[in-house]
Design a protein around this ligand. Sequence first.
Ligand SMILES: [Zn+2]
Length: 155
Amino acid sequence: MRQNPKLQGIQMTMQAGVLAPYQFLGDDTRNIADIIHADNLTVTQLETTHATIVARMKYFAQSGKKSIGHEVVVDECYRVVAEEHKGSVPCPFADNYQARKSVIHVTNLVLQRSVYYTDLNIHMIEEHQFYEGIGAPYRVDPRDVVEILNVRNNK
Ligand SMILES: [Zn+2]
């Protein structure tokens, strides 16, 4: 899929690695428009929405941040640990959004599966429907996050 010049510019910034010490695209060879399109399809197949996913991610982030650096058990079947680091990281979509450097780890104790994500992931999914490229250290796989966080479907 061809992407518009603005998105192309954003992709160049991401590839240069100027905003963050980690990569947003990993070793994904697709452009941003294609990554967003594919994840949109997955979310539709899972019969949910980005907004529903984000609400669930925020729920665990807020629960974990009540006790930074410590394990919190949420709803008896999730173990949550929130880490917070100094400073902030700008959103690569050039909208002047600065995310706190927080990482939220959630383990589903029933499934024995874990996922982790940052405040920037939450923002990018909410505002840009961007889950990052495959191989990126903070890629959020929509299927994993829906299963592990028990995101309800919208049927
Ligand atoms: Zn943004």
